[in-house]
Design a protein around this ligand. Structure first.
Ligand code: TXA
Ligand code: MG
Length: 338
């Protein structure tokens, strides 16, 4: 398959028109969103959705998020929506926030991977919204990476993983947020945080004081435990190198990695005294800067071809919790406490 490259810089209207037309024809198109790039297909077209699973090599039992641009689409896809969910939509949409709701049955079976619920999000990225609007469709879109590899935050990441496997890539801007949306299930009482993201636990608690945080956010599930968010049970975001998450202050971290001559340190700007190879992923005190670059840094680890990576663990404050959650999976829960 030859993947069409749609360059928005030369002609935004034409690029988004072509993307929408392809989606209406049942094609698979990678699009930018504010969180990560998504691999979109019509949420109503079972064949198209199957092609998304095939292109990513995604396990069949891991459901997709449906992207919408207005309330009419929400009502078409989900039913019996609790008032709390509507309040959250009012506050956090459009934006990096996904709600798991009871499904109507309008979307293709494979979108929900056999569950009776559906995950819905209204993105804030202009290109994503314009493409949804122009297509007139709700778009199912998982992250546009090969299943298991770090999520794509730049169009070149999508190209590296999916060129030749999907119909088109929209070359938009780099993603502002850098980690995937916050996922909350409203199908449990009280509602449950399944995946942390840029909409933080603190912000959610202002509307949902009794919010539960799923065990899978900070711990690995036992073999026989049910994953409330099927995506959480898979090895994820992992570089090919053996990676470790390292907790400690800057002095401790620098001293520790300096004895590992063959490895790479994935570190903060503040970690000045490192004498081995290093990849800086942001400022320790600014968790948003870490979120924005964490996946690109994991990809860089593999470009260096090193066998081992030591990643300086962020705080779990605000969006830091989302970064920490992704790094736990990228390192298969291998945490070193200094
Ligand atoms: O920011 C995002 O959410 C990005 C962009 C493209 O919008 N999308 C994304 O999709 O991260 P994906 O497929 O990589 O992650 C979807 C997550 C998975 O962990 C999946 O298990 C969970 O949402 N999910 C989807 N439908 C669900 C459902 N019905 N019940 C529980 N979890 C669900
Ligand atoms: Mg993903």
């Amino acid at each position: 398959m030859i993947t069409l490259k749609l360059d928005l810089k030369s002609d935004y209207e034409k690029g988004t028109d072509v993307a929408a037309k392809l989606l209406k024809e049942g094609k698979t198109v990678a699009i930018p969103t504010e969180t990560v790039y998504g691999l979109a297909a019509s949420a109503f077209d079972d064949e198209a959705i199957k092609n998304v699973f095939i292109a990513k090599g995604r396990p069949q039992d891991n459901p997709l998020i449906v992207h919408i641009c207005d309330e009419a689409m929400l009502k078409r896809i989900a039913k019996n929506i609790p008032d709390k969910a509507l309040e959250c939509a009012e506050k956090f949409w459009p934006g990096p926030f996904t709600m798991v709701l009871e499904k109507t049955g309008e979307t293709a079976i494979s979108v929900s991977a056999g569950l009776n619920t559906v995950a819905v999000r209204m993105p804030s990225n202009k290109t994503a919204l314009d493409i949804i609007r122009k297509s007139g469709l709700a778009l199912a879109a998982p992250s546009a990476n090969s299943s298991g590899s770090p999520s794509p935050t730049k169009p070149c990441h999508v190209e590296a993983d999916l060129d030749g496997k999907i119909d088109a890539i929209v070359f938009g801007e780099n993603c502002e947020v850098g980690v995937e949306s916050t996922v909350v299930s409203f199908c449990t009482n009280p509602p449950r945080l399944l995946r942390p993201g840029a909409v933080t636990e603190k912000q959610l608690r202002e509307l949902i004081p009794d919010l539960e945080v799923d065990k899978a956010v900070l711990a690995s599930l036992d073999k026989d435990e049910i994953a409330h968010s099927p995506g959480m049970k898979y090895k994820h975001y992992a570089p090919k190198a053996e990676a470790y998450l390292v907790e400690g202050d800057s002095g401790e971290f620098c001293e520790f990695v300096n004895s590992k001559k063959q490895a790479v340190a994935v570190c903060f700007e503040e970690d000045k005294n490192i004498s081995i190879n290093k990849i800086v992923y942001g400022n320790q005190k600014d968790e948003s800067s870490l979120a924005k670059e964490v996946f690109a840094a994991l990809r860089e680890v593999d470009e260096l071809g090193v066998k081992t990576a030591y990643i300086h663990a962020p705080s779990k404050n605000g969006i830091g919790l989302a970064v920490y959650n992704r790094l736990l999976r990228a390192t298969a829960f291998k945490v070193i406490k200094l």
